[in-house]
Design a binder for this molecule. Structure first.
Ligand code: FAD
Length: 406
């Protein structure tokens, strides 16, 4: 069986590996010159356990993320031969209830406890599959003195520890590129823009444009993993959606935190248009703040081709603005000069989600993120990972549909 995989981001690469492991021959297309060059490497790498989604009290988003998060490290253990404990993960995130939160402490506290119980229950039969970590029995609420040491207590109304970690997506991408290039059943075609997928009863044609000109080739199955290009390509394959979609261009700032200073804790501010700090033991630090980092919104099926690395002066505006806002809340970030930080990088990409309004609206669908996954029409499979967290989980789901185990 020959499967065409469209898009060499995390979702496409995971689908290719999962299918190749089931015996399929794979051709994977990406328009860029190397695999994993877009959202897959421009995100903050948080492997969500659902704590973020207090805006979805049905817990459907949390349950979806938990399933994805527990499948993440085992997938790479299987396909990259990378032991779960070998991931360089961040310090676990503390959840900070911002004074302008769309949900008050009295709502968020019980929500976090409920999600934590789901996480612990799910983890019980999946021994240490969340990066080999032991899960604490409860979420700890910080005493006032601890909050004052790390945050402006007028902004941080309450802080709760969570076991949620982030991975360095750039490191993961490097290991994945190697595995993809070395795999005997995977042909990697970079520099190939896919323009159409045409469905027939027994096969799907893929139309692409590469260094040697246009191609029209036949595959037994096709997996569409184009992320922000996915819905437009679906249309060419006859899959139409009337559902409103929001593409948001969001950036983040990463750098090496200066030696000799106390690094900030990993912190996620909830609920609403706030931001995050991700801190690693090797002092790699990632910052994002919504008002500074969210730079464009598109409700078109095919959004503009946004830049992964913004040019000046946008780059400096994002790094200085993000530092300024976060330094006003977290003392550990005070007096840092964006111009003298080592390895400073500003990178970002599209976040694709169903919805009509931005997260400033408490009723926005963006607060509920469980309607994602694999849509199949005959031999054409379109995968919306929704989050980096979910890519390995949906890759296995898609592979099982195309090549069920005997
Ligand atoms: C700033 C930011 C922070 C984020 N933080 C997190 C987080 O902490 N945790 C989390 O779980 N998720 C996070 N996400 C979401 C996550 O990054 C995405 O859900 C995920 O990476 C998308 O899947 P992908 O990696 O396959 O996408 P991509 O990496 O975008 O892959 C799609 C690929 O398709 C290729 N392509 C597109 N169109 C064509 C075409 N026509 N022909 C050929 N190739 C094409 C592109 O070049 C690209 O390589 C974040 C996203 C952003 C932008």
């Amino acid at each position: 069986m020959h499967v065409g995989v469209l898009g060499g981001g995390l979702q496409g690469c995971c689908a290719a590996l999962a299918l190749a492991a089931r015996g399929a021959d794979i051709t994977i297309f990406d328009r860029n010159e190397q695999l994993l060059s877009r959202a897959a490497v421009a995100n903050e790498g948080k492997i969500h356990l659902g704590y973020m989604y207090a805006g979805d009290p049905t817990l459907a988003t949390a349950r979806t993320m938990i399933a994805g998060a527990f499948a993440f490290a085992p997938f790479f253990e299987r396909h990259l031969d990378k032991p779960m404990q070998s991931f360089a993960v961040s310090q676990p995130a503390s959840y900070v209830v911002h004074r302008d939160s769309q949900h008050g402490v009295e709502e968020v506290g019980p929500y976090l406890e409920t999600v934590h119980r789901l996480v612990v229950d799910y983890g019980q039969s999946r021994c240490k599959q969340y990066f080999g970590r032991t899960l604490p029995p409860a979420v700890r609420r910080w005493p006032a003195a601890e909050i004052e040491a790390e945050f402006d207590p007028a902004v941080a109304l309450a802080v709760f520890d969570s076991p949620e970690v982030a991975i360095n997506p750039v490191e993961l991408a490097a290991a994945l590129r190697e595995a993809m290039a070395a795999h005997p059943k995977i042909e990697v075609r970079c520099g190939h823009l896919v323009t159409r997928a045409e469905r027939d009863t027994d096969f799907v044609h893929v139309v692409s444009d590469g260094p040697d000109g246009p191609l029209r080739e036949r595959y037994d199955h096709v997996v569409n993993a184009l992320w922000e290009g996915r819905l437009a390509l679906n249309e060419t394959a006859g899959l139409h959606s009337e559902r409103p979609v929001v593409h948001r261009l969001k950036y983040g700032v990463s750098f090496r935190f200066p030696q000799g200073r106390r690094a900030p804790p990993s912190a996620t501010f909830i609920s609403g248009p706030f931001g995050e700090v991700v801190s690693y033991a090797d002092r790699l630090t990632y910052l994002t703040w919504y008002s500074e980092c969210m730079r464009a919104i598109s409700k078109l099926t095919a959004p503009p081709d946004w830049q992964t690395h913004p040019d000046e002066p946008l780059r400096s505006q994002i790094s200085a603005g993000t530092l300024r806002v976060l330094a006003a809340i977290m003392p550990a970030l005070r007096d840092l000069d964006a111009n003298s930080l080592a390895e400073l990088s500003v990178k970002g990409g599209a976040i694709v989600a169903w919805g009509k309004t931005d997260i400033y609206d408490p009723q926005s669908e963006l607060h509920r993120r469980y309607e994602i996954g694999v849509t199949t029409a005959g031999r054409f499979h379109s995968v919306d990972p929704g989050k980096l967290t979910m890519a390995p989980y949906f890759a296995e789901m898609c592979a099982a549909r195309i090549a069920p185990a005997d």
